[in-house]
Design a protein. Structure first.
Lengths: 455, 325
């Protein structure tokens, strides 16, 4: 053994201490190496594409999309039309599991230096990528067919920071109050959504326990992914998640909103956390549900009864309606040629005809001025007044609070808090205070960047 | 080795041989031997290098990288991580939420592994008895193991749905309302355990069945001739001979239970209110929902250490207690 050259070499050169030292140095070098990802513009590659024979030889645009199901098919159809309208560009849609799925993949892609040209990002996610300089400023691409002249003003502004556009609206929505018209009629309630949350509560007491078509009714099925609707409820009660980066989740007004929901679930027993809240509503298991306007087409199609919609009820402080949904951003770390091609896709999707087709096909709100007044959309509103409600409600809707936008852990923390409120009858203080404290600590971590780039 | 080589290169003769020491000691190697050894090591390196490279890149490099990330505060979107030393570990062990996660993980692992072994062994004994249709039933029992977790979750979500699932039908037939399996924090972990055991017990049964069938018949027949009944035969003959199998299953099932992810992701996403958040889901949640990469990495290191300890303890136990026939 003593003459084993391999062993003796190892013995000589690799004492335990030097081995551990090398190990530590290697380990510490890894994040630094991994972190090099975001620094050099233009160096990031494009994910692989499968280009059909008829489109080969063109430049490719890769779009990472969050939509599946009917909305996914609709989006793929629009991109197919784009490809048919082009001679030099072929766009490919690559689908992921919702906004979170795109977010996870994009974050990993930024580290691996392989990113799409366009990404569908939620109204929350895009802000985080903006803070990290991952999104291309778009003002320089604006012309008469693409830019503030085209888009609905409040939607367009939501995607800008200090007058520069980074995220263009596409699949925008607000929460809508859906109700079972047949059930409301059978109970003797008016054919409309409740005006206020107090009215909602009193109607809930009338409906809860009523037998209707074989089911014992409750007023509303809740979802565990409820941070979006919940933020609107906070506003309606005069509270909020934050003012700027200052957390106000534990203000008296915010806690009153939390307590209101607690009472409805645990005292009135008129609301419950559902396994699938939309399915429960569509199958007539509950009387009402709060769901995105983007679900209007699919809910109407699936429901076995007449669906009514209305504005979200008002609270003591008035209306509380958050905008939501998704938009598109061009990635900053790709070549100028890829950016220009990606903007061509945005320009196509912003055309009045395409934007209107998307609205009619999905129920998402029209995001261009032309689409809003187009015959396709006005005809739809005439035929189905529910679409009119969604468009009208936009006038009173607002964008998310900044902590929800910029603090990466906020959505997860808020979802857990809301779920706990729906399932455990604990006091608002006990529930909200720890979450507020955690969000405060997280907000402090990004405050300097936020103040430099946003505030 | 040294003696043999010395003898081969310089055969002792006469008086020299009489005084030559025969104990091992350093001796010069011939150029031919050195060259042969070098060739052997080059050959060894050539064969081993691709495997070592793959293991290094895909196993050890990520482990080292993960450890390094556990010393940072990073959201993976910002350009650079901040080095914060052991703060993630301190935060983890002083967070009551993480203690809850570990308590829940322990319940999950003990319940899933324990139940899978009990049900699996029960099924194996049943199939081994030669009952009619045993082969068909054993195939059916094994089927859930080969179905993807996503498909299993979809089926069980339908079964558990309290409004229009099979659960409603069953409970309504006895005049009760179905429990809210996946949306009640008191029920959700239990529901996941049921599904995990349903999915995993078939595999345990097949492995135990193979072990039972390899036990020599003459040993059992001899015990029966000596008057041992069924219970005594099982406890004194069969069970001891099954210990290597039980050991193997314990190790693999515990590691599998710790790493369980698909069922949780599809059925509850760790909810409601964190009631099904086990360590593996917590790591995902920290890493890819909260983008708190440092905390996720520290939790992963903790999980790595636990699994290393579990395996080491079991190996130690195996050396003493496992009976290999």
């Amino acid at each position: 053994m003593q003459n084993n050259p391999l062993a003796s070499t190892l013995n000589k050169s690799s004492s335990r201490r030097s081995f551990l030292g090398a190990l530590g140095l290697t380990a510490l070098a890894i994040p630094a190496l991994a972190a090099c990802g975001n620094s050099s513009a233009g160096a990031f590659s494009q994910p692989a594409t499968k280009v059909p024979a008829g489109f080969s030889g063109r430049r490719n645009v890769v779009i990472w999309s969050s939509w599946g199901g009917d909305n996914g098919k609709m989006f793929a159809d629009l991109i197919k039309k784009f490809n048919e309208s082009q001679t030099a560009i072929y766009a490919e849609v690559q689908q992921f599991d919702g906004y979170d799925g795109v977010g996870e993949k994009l974050t990993a892609g930024l580290r691996a230096k392989q990113i799409p040209d366009l990404a569908v990002l939620s109204d929350i996610h895009w802000n985080r990528y903006f803070l990290s300089d991952a999104l291309e400023p778009l003002n320089k691409y604006h012309d008469s067919g693409f830019g503030p002249a085209v888009y609905t003003e409040n939607f367009y502004k939501e995607g800008t920071v200090r007058e520069e556009s980074y995220w263009v609206p596409f699949a925008r929505s607000t929460p809508l109050f859906y109700y079972n018209r047949d059930l409301f009629a059978s109970v003797g309630l008016p054919d409309r959504a409740p005006d206020t949350w107090d009215e909602f509560r009193s109607w809930g007491k009338e409906i809860t326990g009523v037998k209707f078509k074989g089911n014992t009714m409750k007023m509303r099925a809740l979802t565990g992914t409820d941070d979006w609707y919940f933020s609107g409820l906070l506003w309606a009660f005069g509270g909020s998640i934050s003012k700027g980066l200052d957390v106000t989740l534990d203000s008296a007004e915010s806690m009153a909103a939390v307590d209101f929901e607690r009472q409805l679930v645990h005292e009135d027993k008129s609301m419950y956390l559902a396994q699938s809240f939309v399915n429960d509503f569509s199958n007539g298991q509950c009387a009402t549900v709060t769901q995105s306007t983007g679900g209007l087409t699919s809910v109407t199609k699936a429901a076995k009864f007449d669906v009514g919609t209305g504005f979200m009820p008002k609270g003591p402080a008035g209306a509380g309606t958050p905008t939501g949904g998704g938009g598109l951003s061009v990635m900053r770390q790709i070549s100028d040629e890829r950016k220009a091609d990606a903007v061509e896709v945005l320009r196509f999707l912003a055309s009045d005809e395409i934007s209107a087709q998307w609205t009619v096909g999905t129920g998402y709100l029209p995001v261009t001025k032309g689409a809003t007044s187009s015959k396709l959309v006005t005809d739809l509103m005439g035929k189905n007044p529910n679409y009119r409600v969604a468009v009208d409600q936009l006038q009173i809707a607002s964008g998310p609070d900044d902590v929800r936008r910029y603090v990466t852990s906020a959505i997860s923390e808020l979802k857990q808090m809301v779920q706990k409120n729906y399932t455990s009858n604990v006091s608002p203080e006990e529930l909200v205070k720890p979450v507020a404290e955690k969000l405060r600590a997280e907000a402090e971590k990004i405050r300097s960047t936020y103040e430099e780039k946003v505030a | 080795m040294t003696v043999l080589e010395t003898e081969r290169t310089a055969p002792p003769t006469g008086a020299t041989a009489a005084i030559r020491p025969t104990v091992p000691g350093p001796a010069p190697e011939s150029a031919q031997t050195k060259s042969g050894n070098r060739r052997q090591y080059v050959l060894f390196a050539l064969f081993a290098f691709p495997n070592l490279l793959l293991i290094g890149v895909f196993a050890y490099w990520p482990i080292l990288g993960n450890f390094a990330l556990s010393l940072t505060d990073w959201d993976m979107i910002s350009p650079m991580p901040n080095f914060i030393g052991l703060d993630n570990y301190t935060a983890l062990f002083s967070d009551p939420g993480f203690i809850d996660v570990m308590r829940r993980t322990l319940i999950w692992v003990v319940a899933v592994v324990g139940s899978s072994l009990i049900f699996g062994l029960g099924m194996a004994l049943l199939f081994n008895g030669g009952a009619r249709g045993g082969k068909a039933v054993s195939t059916l029992a094994f089927t859930p193991h080969v179905i993807s977790g996503a498909a299993v979750a979809a089926v069980w979500l339908f079964i558990f749905d309290p409004n229009y699932g099979l659960s409603r039908l069953l409970f309504n037939s006895i005049g009760m309302d179905s429990p809210h399996w996946t949306t009640d924090p008191d029920m959700a972990l239990g529901a996941l355990i049921i599904v995990a055991v349903w999915k995993g017990a078939g595999f345990v049964a097949i492995v135990y069945l193979a072990a039972l069938q390899s036990i020599p018949r003459d040993v059992i027949e001899a015990a029966q001739l000596d008057g041992a009944g069924r219970w005594k035969t099982f406890t004194k003959i069969v069970w001891p001979l099954l210990t290597p199998t039980t050991f193997f299953l314990c190790v693999t099932q515990i590691i599998g239970a710790f790493q369980a992810f698909d069922l949780i992701a599809m059925m509850t996403s760790g909810g409601p209110a964190g009631s099904t958040t086990t360590l593996s889901w917590y790591i995902y949640e920290q890493g890819f929902q909260e983008f708190n990469i440092g905390s996720a990495a520290a939790s992963s290191v903790f999980m790595f250490v636990i699994l290393l300890l579990v395996t080491a303890v079991q190996m130690r136990f195996a050396e003493r207690k496992v009976h290999y026939s």
